[in-house]
Design a binder for this molecule. Sequence first.
Ligand code: PBG
Length: 332
Amino acid sequence: MMNSETPRVRLRRLRENRLLAESLREVSLEPRQLVLPLFVVPGTGVRNPIPGLHGVDHWSVDRVGEGVEQALDAGVKSFILFGLPTKKDPAGSTAWRDDQPVQRALHTLKDRWGDQVHLVSDVCMCEYTDHGHCGLLTEDGRVDNDPSAAMLGRIALSHARAGADTVAPSAMMDGQVAVIRRALDDGGFQSTPIMSYSTKFASAFYGPFRAAAGSAPSFGDRRGYQAPSTNWREAIRESLLDEEEGADILMVKPSLLYMDILSRLREATMLPLACYLVSGEYMMLRHSIAAGALDEERGLLEAHFALRRAGADLIITYAAVEVARLLSRGRP
Ligand code: PBG
């Protein structure tokens, strides 16, 4: 005999009426909360599928608008831009040049869509240095922190001038947020927010991205400047330091494997939080889907809802357009 007063029956009663259950849903996911990465490359007429990164393309500046248009149709209005330069050198000296793909794409997209789009630019050097590290190197091959931070300030300013609405430093140099804030303020961009990759782990899950951006370090690794995955307190402190330096939005990266960090950081700060469902995590989902082990629609939605539940306001994700389409079809 069913006892209608057992707690489990009471829980289930709340799920049975679809509209009631919907009105009680605790977290929401909307296309406006998704940020789509875009990779721009030199040349014209280019739309090349990136090997190893399902459904993601390399775009030349003249065509990247096609990717933006598709996303806008699905309700995604935020984009983060990455770029491959025309030339790499030890100093990453193309990174702040106005004639490079990221700067030209920012300019072109802003010109065409104005405030219909929110353009974030990734501020780093690893795509621009021939050694693939995120900053300048000393003679003995270590990353030279302060001159690198100064370069990041210069890069951020060139992005803001080209049309970036928000800049997102990801190089993990000490003091980079403060240096970038000063560079933006001095350059007349006092109201450009900084979305800092404030807690960024040294992770094996950036593999497909590094192939896409040609940015795998040619020697060594990034463990000197990225956080160890074993340390949650250190990870939270990293973010709080960036808050003190003037970051406007904090970020946890990767995300699916680091939801504990996201939810603890949610308690530790009042700033908006972004998270990055990185290339390796995304491909983990895609390979499961391709192998028939994971239902595509339900699997993608569940992963993104989980990040919202953990505390993310914004989710940077290669699945932004597909997830947005599912949501606008009334899923879940
Ligand atoms: C650094 C940067 C990386 C990613 C975003 N910004 C690569 C890295 O830290 O090595 C990785 C994102 C992903 O894996 O999807 N510019």
